[in-house]
Design a protein around this ligand. Structure first.
Ligand SMILES: Nc1ncnc2c1ncn2[C@@H]1O[C@H](COP(=O)(O)OP(=O)(O)OP(=O)(O)O)[C@@H](O)[C@H]1O
Ligand SMILES: [Mg+2]
Length: 230
């Protein structure tokens, strides 16, 4: 469960404080929640509140019952975050080493870690790239690998910030399927309105506010109308 009571998030911009996200209050209990909105509307900012990557200036965010401001590490141990840019997340020389790194806290035996990492790579269609240097993977393959590393940790909540932007249709379907079946609450930031429509609840963010919150088809239709308006 994610409880957002963010009275505002500010950043320093020049010599003034700029508010990125205005009052945003909601409790997210649905298994699949999608976050849609225009570029620069505040989706990534909102997603980052969930595990404390972006602290609130005032107000409170509780994730899995824990106050993110005071329990950041405990929350982050249970909440997986997939970034839009896989290069922000991939740090090891090869694909299998990168996934194994995610497992180092939970699996102590190195051979077991390697076997588990290979199993996750197989699940996500990268079995043939276990030894491939990460820098030699395509953009889409890197995006899949970043997701594999997070799935390997078996998070209770999975926050995905545009996890399919670089993927072709076939792999987008694979990722959609994985996000559907994963045993975690999923908060999906996406510009893919078909994926958003399949969620249980959709939030539309506009100008740093949640402006629509409701049933997916209604929320997606409202967002389309807003985008069509001059
Ligand atoms: N550290 C920062 N300093 C100044 N402005 C920032 C900072 N982080 C975000 N912003 C601004 O806050 C606004 C919201 O950004 P955010 O990344 O949440 O948007 P978004 O909805 O995820 O957009 P996109 O669809 O392009 O990813 C943008 O105008 C962005 O430029
Ligand atoms: Mg974003």
């Amino acid at each position: 469960m994610i409880e957002l009571d963010a009275a505002g998030v500010t950043v320093r911009s020049g010599d003034a404080d700029r508010v990125l996200l205005h009052p945003t209050t909601c409790t997210l209990t649905e298994r699949r929640v999608a976050l849609i909105g225009a570029n620069g509307s505040g989706k990534s900012t909102l997603a980052r509140l969930v595990n404390g990557l972006r602290p609130v200036t005032s107000g409170r965010v509780r994730t899995l019952g824990l106050d993110v401001a005071t329990h950041g590490p405990q929350v982050r141990a249970r909440v997986g975050f997939v970034f839009t840019d896989p290069d922000a997340q991939l740090v090891m020389p090869t694909a299998v080493e990168d996934v194994a790194l995610s497992l180092r806290a939970s699996v102590r035996d190195a051979r077991e870690r390697d076997a588990r990492a290979r199993a996750v790579l197989a699940r996500i269609g990268l079995a043939g790239h276990a030894e491939t240097p990460v820098h030699a993977l395509s953009g889409g393959q890197k995006q899949l690998l970043a997701l594999a590393g997070v799935l390997a940790t078996e998070p209770e909540i999975l926050v995905c910030d545009e996890p399919t932007t670089l993927l072709d249709l076939r792999w987008r379907r694979v990722v959609d399927g994985l996000l559907d079946e994963v045993d975690a609450q999923v908060l999906l930031v996406t510009h893919d309105l078909d994926a958003a429509a399949r969620a249980d609840r959709v939030l539309v963010v506009d100008g740093g506010r949640v402006v629509v919150d409701g049933p997916p088809l209604d929320a997606v239709a409202e967002y389309r109308d807003r985008m069509a308006a001059p």
